[in-house]
Design a protein around this ligand. Structure first.
Ligand code: HEC
Length: 138
């Protein structure tokens, strides 16, 4: 009779396993959900705390291509072919403050990205470097 009233050891283990797994899955999904909600637009859901390195192509497309052309061939702004040979510091000075090598001041049509920001945020050295590398590869 007692066998009818109590669960077998196997049934208990199965039930416990089910509860533990269910809880684990629930907690993991919940935390993944929090990550998605808290992440900035475009950020990848990841446990890593290190931000992704800047993407020169994305930066160029979003901030420069409209004037300099998709391939930096020129448009409203000049072709950036010559820029490929510039040192990073010269490139940065042109992009951030509108000063070209040799003391030349660029027309104000070219934004001063130190003031306007890249994608709405103050430019970082890594972003300028990523842009320079990307343009050199075009
Ligand atoms: C609103 C249009 C516009 C945007 C956006 C723009 N530029 Fe320019 N840029 C210009 C113009 C116009 C010049 C030429 C200014 C001059 O020669 O006086 C120029 C000049 C330059 C020069 C100097 C080129 C040379 O040979 O003298 C560099 C380098 C440059 N831009 C890079 C960039 C980068 C990188 C971006 C994006 C982060 C960008 N520009 C965004 C219009 C723009």
């Amino acid at each position: 009779m007692s066998d009818d009233r109590f669960f077998s050891r196997r049934e208990i283990v199965a039930a416990l396993t089910f509860v533990v797994l269910g809880t684990a899955i629930g907690v993991t999904s919940y935390r993944a959900g929090l990550n998605i909600a808290g992440a900035n637009a475009g950020a990848v859901v990841a446990a890593s705390t290190k931000p992704a390195p800047p993407n020169g192509q994305t930066l160029y497309a979003g901030n420069c291509a409209g004037c300099h052309g998709a391939q930096a061939q020129g448009g409203v702004g000049p072709s950036l072919a010559e820029t490929k040979g510039w040192a990073l510091a010269d490139f940065a000075e042109a992009v951030l403050n509108g000063h070209a090598p040799g003391g030349r001041t660029l027309s104000t049509v070219m934004p001063h990205f130190a003031d306007t920001g890249l994608d709405g945020a103050p430019p970082t050295d890594d972003q300028i470097k990523a842009l320079h590398e990307y343009i050199k590869g075009l």
